[in-house]
Design a protein around this ligand. Structure first.
Ligand code: ADP
Ligand code: SF4
Length: 691
């Protein structure tokens, strides 16, 4: 039963000629699928509709071949060839009673056009922002007329494909229309440059064109970045954004407002709270009578009700919360608030898009697998035979394996050596900004406690002998991993000499209960990061905040280099600078004495030294595989012990992301009892049409 407090979230909202059945709105978001994996995309979007999102949008859809961003895989609506794929998507969304939206885009000087080899276009002569040695040329009047025709024709094609909401897009610093609006990108002297009214002229013309073309049946949404967080140099909520909304107030049927660029819009939980965009977007509704949608990683229905009741938003926009839980609206509707699988704000979903690979999610292991593996986020077929399974290790992999096996109806025993559930997330969630990572544990524990067929034991460090004595036929080992203490990582493939000459720590020591930075020897701390994801930067931050003089050293050219794919690398660098951490890039650790570390330039091998009393090694991890190896050694005992299958999951098999561990646990449950042929890919592939 729905809590009446949340009734307001289920009111219909008219948007121009269409009506959203409730206030849950999946704003356009990338999925790494687009034109290359259209059936996967259709199934993903259809699942959101099934989960109760009244509006489900595509990722951006390029309107023309002069605006393509290969190697990224977005959508395309260049011509009729794209329509069957897009129709599959709208049909999947309509079949579940939702509206389908499409974000039309010309990427302007964001498009290097690697595939089409067209010269990029922009309001002014500018180098493209992709890092390529390619320039966009300033558009002349013919180009502007062409652009308007391309956009109009794309809108007509979108209508033909069945879309209900057609976007005009000026967001994320990725859209030509935003480039026209921007003082820093637009130095034209004609009627499309100079005053704000001139810079907004093209947007106005295209909004009018789009309404004329498709406005009889489709709503026209305007996606507008209200703040670029660039101060004077950019659009800001307190500056020109206000005038833009006032100027165009009643033209679109819907205002979709957010921050720009993408790294500001999709900030990780480390740097932002739920509702973090409110201070920027709040003003919009005071200037328009049209509905407004905005985002802010909303997962709490109370926060959603608040923003609606305060008159800040009409529609609760979501990308990441809808990825982590496609059934979030349904769960609120059915009064199942505890079942909501809340986004943790880690941006692993974003990394998929940045690698042009189908999306994945830390919290939702079925994300991206709807079509190719046929996985439903809420449903797993029950097993035919109710067998017993022992899962060893209560980290992300073990918890998810136990939960999903329990959901399938197996008799599950889950044993954890420690005093707490959660494995690595129980420890890592204490690091600065990672509190929400505990949701990986908490959601699974909440679900496990509802399953009568799951027994759970803490403080149970199992040995091979004990496991064999239980007579359980199926055993999964999810025993995790341990940070290396030998210096082997990305750059070094042999142990670093002399590491034990002074105090030596790994992240396992720093996140352990009872760690006291004040107890470390006097003198400088060196954090050596040869892994490149979050942990190195976090170690430097923790120790600097504990008052230690810290130097962060990495062989990479960037601090926490891999986090650039999760969009927060610049913020991490800035955070270390704010904490007065000294940063030394392109430096490989080669040796150590009691008072210093030896380094070598990653390019020239030129030697250097650095004073060091405590060295924190963040290089790589080793799987905790002793239990696996012990059981394998005793394979001859298995038949008498009744052990039939043994699998090692997650970090214990090969250390990776939390997302990979959750996926491994989930996959174990899905494939339980199946004969898996290692020679055959365990998923369908999208056929590529020839000719
Ligand atoms: P993953 O990310 O793969 O789930 P974690 O390191 O987060 O890995 O979790 C592994 C968990 O397994 C830890 O909580 C650890 O205490 C537990 N564990 C390791 N060895 C054993 C064992 N022999 N018996 C029970 N639990 C174990
Ligand atoms: Fe949220 Fe992380 Fe999932 Fe993205 S990958 S939706 S940020 S939990």
């Amino acid at each position: 039963m729905r809590d009446p407090r949340y009734d307001v979230l289920f009111e219909p909202v008219p948007i121009g000629p269409v009506t959203a059945r409730n206030r849950f709105y999946q704003v356009p978001h990338c999925a790494g699928m687009g034109y290359r994996f259209p059936m996967s995309n259709a199934a993903l979007r259809g699942m959101k509709a099934e989960g109760g999102w009244a509006v489900v949008c595509t990722e951006e859809a390029e309107i023309h071949h002069s605006a393509e961003i290969t190697p990224y895989v977005e959508n395309r609506i260049w011509d009729a060839q794209d329509l069957p794929h897009l129709k599959a998507l709208t049909e999947a969304v309509h079949a579940r009673g939702s509206l389908a939206g499409i974000e039309l885009v010309h990427n302007g000087h964001h498009s290097p056009n690697h595939y089409s080899r067209e010269v990029p276009l922009g309001p002014s002569h500018r180098i493209v922002d992709s890092g390529d040695p390619v320039q966009a040329r300033a558009m002349d009047k013919t180009d502007i007329a062409n652009l308007r025709r391309w956009h109009r024709n794309a809108a007509l094609r979108a209508k033909e494909a069945g879309f209900d909401i057609v976007y005009v897009y000026a967001g994320h610093d990725m859209a030509l229309l935003q480039h026209f609006l921007s003082r820093r990108h637009n130095d034209r002297c004609d009627e499309y440059g100079g005053s704000l009214e001139n810079r907004a002229r093209l947007i106005k013309e295209i909004l009018i064109d789009t309404k004329e073309a498709v406005g009889d049946r489709c709503a026209v949404a305007f996606r507008f970045a209200v703040d670029e967080l660039l101060g004077e140099e950019g659009i800001s909520a307190e500056g020109e954004a206000h005038d833009v909304v006032a100027l165009l107030a009643e033209l679109p049927d819907l205002w979709d407002v957010s921050l720009s660029g993408w790294a500001n819009d999709s900030q990780t939980a480390r740097f932002s709270e739920e509702g973090f965009q409110e201070p920027y977007t709040r003003f919009v509704k005071s200037l328009t009578s049209k509905p407004v949608v905005g985002v802010g990683r909303y997962t709490s229905p109370d926060a959603m009700v608040r923003v609606v009741k305060q008159g800040h938003l009409d529609l609760i926009g979501a990308a990441r919360p809808s990825i982590a839980d496609p059934f979030l609206p349904k769960k609120i509707e059915e009064g199942r608030i505890d079942d909501i699988r809340e986004c943790i704000g880690c941006n692993i979903c974003v990394t998929g898009d940045n690698f042009a690979a189908p999306i994945r999610c830390t919290q939702n292991p079925t994300m991206g697998e709807e079509w190719r593996r046929g996985w439903h986020p809420e449903v797993i077929p029950a097993v035919e035979q109710r067998e017993r399974v022992l899962i060893v290790g209560g980290g992300p992999a073990g918890l998810e394996a136990a939960r999903a096996c329990g959901q399938r109806g197996l008799e599950v025993v889950l044993a954890e050596a420690g005093e707490d559930w959660g494995g690595r997330v129980a420890r890592e969630c204490r690091l600065p900004g990672l509190a929400s990572w505990a949701r990986v544990r908490d959601w699974r524990l909440g679900q496990l406690h509802k399953l009568p067929n799951v027994e759970m034991y803490l403080a149970s460090a199992l040995t091979a002998g004990e496991i064999l004595s239980y007579g359980i036929a199926h055993v999964a080992l999810a025993t995790g991993a341990t940070w290396r203490r030998d210096g082997i990582g990305r750059s070094r493939h042999a142990p670093v000499p002399g590491l034990g000459a002074g105090a030596l720590l790994t992240p396992d020591d720093v996140v352990a209960d009872g760690f006291d930075a004040a107890a470390l020897p006097d003198g400088p701390v060196v954090v050596y990061d040869d892994e490149g994801y979050l942990m190195g930067g976090l170690m430097a931050e923790v120790l600097a905040k504990a008052g230690r003089a810290v130097t962060y050293v990495t062989p990479a050219p960037l601090v926490s280099a891999w986090t650039q794919y999760a969009l927060d690398q610049p913020r991490i660098h800035r955070r270390l600078a704010e904490c007065c951490v000294t940063i030394r890039l392109n430096s490989v650790l080669t040796g150590r004495t009691a008072t210093r570390v030896d380094l070598a330039c990653a390019f020239t091998e030129a030697p250097e030294t650095l004073a060091c009393a405590t060295l924190v090694l963040v290089t790589a991890r080793l799987p905790n595989e002793s239990l696996t190896l012990d059981l394998r050694r005793r394979e001859a005992d298995w038949p008498d012990a009744g052990l039939e299958t043994l699998q090692t999951l997650g970090d214990a098999r090969a250390p990776g992301t939390i997302a990979a561990a959750v996926f491994a646990g989930h996959r174990y449950a899905r494939e339980f009892g199946e004969m898996v042929d290692p020679d055959v890919a365990p998923f369908k592939r999208e056929a590529i049409a020839v000719g």
